[in-house]
Design a binder for this molecule. Structure first.
Ligand SMILES: Nc1ncnc2c1ncn2[C@@H]1O[C@H](COP(=O)(O)OP(=O)(O)O)[C@@H](O)[C@H]1O
Ligand SMILES: [Mg+2]
Length: 372
């Protein structure tokens, strides 16, 4: 297949820097997901790789060769967009055959390739239909089929599932992942949906303001976010972020008057960092909620309980968050505090994340290895 790389690539639109001196080597044959909030430069980066957008600086390489002067149709990359862009007057077969006809393949070959691709996508029974006779999910499959049929070396996909309803999106993301594995084609997949990104990625790139904020294995990024931005963007319900500072002597994190004890292992680091303003991060599933008080537990008031079936999301008023902000905790279904009941919180020290309050960068010396 093909290895795609970008080196020091930038794109400026007037005064806006959409992509900012970004370098990355995309794994050959693997699925890399670009994720980040709207406007962070995902589409622009993908379009530069496709050749649809000219870089202001830097270069795109396919298999180590710069493709700066190679037009999009010669890059052997197929792009799938959010909008399906099917030809409405042509059948599914003709839509899928189109890229092959453009390459002057023989009729038999075209038929074979279209039928085989249609089968792998489960749309072979739709080949004689027109796009208006298809559901949204079927149209998206046809659009994928049209990209796959000419067996390119690289797939570039820009939010291809965002027009589908939630259930279909989950189904299709599994399907794309399966096909990508089977075909082993280098794939760069763009989404703003962190759940889609987590579930699909072999490698995840979190983008912010045209730069890579963190890159790597999705589960590692989840467990070890490099910044408060990544911690806040990856994971749902969102991580709790609490302003405060470390108190060295007692090895505790002080958020206002609330004292969150740290583990003894962190005492030295806490001494070294004493007084430094920090953000403490704890994921909702790591907050332990109890209806009885324990030593060192913090009081909270149950405000809303949202049952999710196998668990519940509990929203809690606490005195260490600004007025109006609620702490999020995932709790077992049997824990059912009455509205306004006081409950008790425990923050396992090995589950805490610390970020510099100014830069948002994770403070490595304040990290414990999780015990489980
Ligand atoms: N053709 C364009 N002209 C001017 N600004 C653009 C153009 N395309 C994108 N931008 C700007 O570049 C930034 C990145 O856009 P984009 O790559 O579309 O982000 P994303 O796909 O992550 O939402 C945004 O600020 C956007 O407004
Ligand atoms: Mg976009």
């Amino acid at each position: 297949m093909a290895e795609v790389a970008v080196e020091g690539i930038s794109k400026r639109f007037g005064t806006v820097t959409a992509v900012d001196n970004l370098s990355w080597r995309f794994d050959d044959g693997r699925l890399t997901v670009l994720v980040g909030p709207s406007g962070c430069g995902k589409t622009t980066l993908l379009r530069m790789i496709a050749g649809l957008e000219e870089a202001s600086d830097g270069q795109v390489l396919f298999d180590g060769k710069a493709v700066t002067t190679v037009p999009p149709w010669e890059r052997n990359a197929a792009m799938v967009f959010q909008s399906y862009a099917l030809y409405p007057h042509m059948t599914v077969f003709a839509n899928m055959a189109f890229p092959l006809q453009a390459r002057k393949l023989k009729k038999d070959e075209i038929r074979q390739q279209v039928e085989r691709t249609a089968q792998s996508l489960g749309i072979d029974h739709l080949l004689q239909r027109k796009p208006r006779e298809l559901s949204g999910g079927q149209m998206q499959r046809v659009a994928l089929g049209r990209a796959m049929v000419r067996q390119p070396e690289v797939y570039l996909m820009d939010e291809p599932l965002s027009n589908l309803d939630a259930q279909l999106r989950v189904e299709m993301r599994g399907e794309i992942k399966r096909l990508q594995r089977e075909l082993g084609v280098t794939t760069i997949y763009v989404t703003h949906d962190q759940a889609e990104a987590m579930t699909m990625a072999d490698t995840l790139l979190v983008l912010r303001d045209g730069k890579i904020e963190q890159a790597g294995d999705p589960e590692h990024i989840y467990r070890r976010p490099a910044s408060a931005f990544v911690a806040g963007f990856i994971g749902s319900p969102m991580i709790n972020l609490i302003d405060g500072r470390l108190e060295g002597e007692s090895a505790a994190f002080m958020a206002g008057a609330a004292r969150i004890p740290l583990s003894g292992e962190l005492r030295q680091a806490a001494m070294d960092q004493g007084g430094r303003p920090l953000l403490l991060g704890i994921r909702p599933e790591d907050v332990v909620v109890s209806q009885e008080s324990r030593p060192d537990s913090l009081p909270a008031r149950a405000v809303v309980r949202e049952p999710l079936g196998k668990e519940a999301l509990l929203l809690l008023a606490v005195d260490f968050l600004p007025a109006g902000s609620l702490l999020r905790a995932i709790t077992p279904p049997e824990l059912r505090p009455a509205p306004d009941e006081t409950v008790w919180l425990h923050f396992p020290p090995e589950r805490l994340h610390f970020f510099d309050a100014g830069s948002g960068v994770a403070v490595q010396s304040l990290r414990l290895e999780p015990k489980s």
